[in-house]
Design a protein around this ligand. Structure first.
Ligand code: GLP
Length: 228
């Protein structure tokens, strides 16, 4: 695992240039981005720089809430903050009705070239919550209280956060050729320590990424503060 620690601003620029470089080399790349707060700066940077032509890319949403109002969905955020700005139209979202077909859809397009992730305070990636098995494909997932608490502000109160989501599985994510995980802030420091040094147990889903051959962890100083 490659670990990069720098200011939030520099990390946003760096991740943006890593994504653009991949697309410049492979204009029909298959990409996947996490929704949430962490990647907003990367999206802004990608949209401002427009350093590659993304119109040939296939983009797969990593996860989605089930039963959320339209403006609170991951799809809405990704469309408005990223896809619309880069002219990305070939987009895909997992369906709770037929989740397993999503992995086939990804395979049909040649597999994921790059997944850009955030991380939950309990170590979830996508909506793969603790106790998710390592060989899971896209599936419906019950959200934990920890995740619902994290997302309470986004939904205007914890009572409005959906109970369920649909997400790429750990196997789906780890099958990507390249993975970038971004984390900012002191509150993520403990889970980042577990990701890097902890046992690869199902209780820390992100620790599975220790075994990925092309995994880059991009942190600000606060998120990296428990690594030494
Ligand atoms: C959510 C999403 C993830 C996201 C993570 C971190 O539950 N399903 O894709 O990466 O939480 O969110 P944030 O970046 O807002 O801290």
């Amino acid at each position: 695992m490659k670990i990069i620690v720098d200011s939030k601003e520099t990390i946003n620029k760096l991740v943006s240039s890593m994504v653009s470089e991949l697309v410049a080399n492979k204009p029909d790349a298959c990409l996947a981005f996490a929704a949430g707060e962490t990647l907003k700066g990367v999206f802004a940077e990608l949209s401002a720089e427009k350093a590659a032509d993304f119109t040939g890319c296939e983009v797969f949403n990593i996860c989605e809430y089930i039963g959320a109002d339209e403006k609170s969905t991951c799809t809405y955020q990704l469309n408005s903050e990223l896809y619309s700005k880069l002219g990305i139209t070939k987009t895909h979202t997992p369906s709770e009705l037929e989740p397993e077909s999503y992995d086939e859809e990804i395979e049909t397009h040649g597999g994921l070239d790059l997944v850009v992730l955030g991380i939950g305070l309990n170590g979830h990636i996508g909506f793969n919550e603790p106790a998710t098995l390592f060989d899971t494909h896209t599936h419906v997932q019950q959200l934990t209280d920890s995740t619902k608490k994290m997302k309470a502000e986004h939904f205007g109160g914890i009572e409005n956060v959906p109970d369920m989501g649909v997400t790429m599985g750990l196997k789906t994510i780890c099958s990507a050729k390249n993975v970038i995980l971004v984390a900012f802030g002191e509150e993520k420091a403990e889970i980042i320590h577990k990701l890097v040094y902890g046992k690869t147990t199902t209780y820390v889903p992100a620790a599975m990424l220790q075994m990925h051959m092309n995994m880059t962890l991009c942190l600000d100083k606060e998120a990296a503060s428990k690594l030494d």
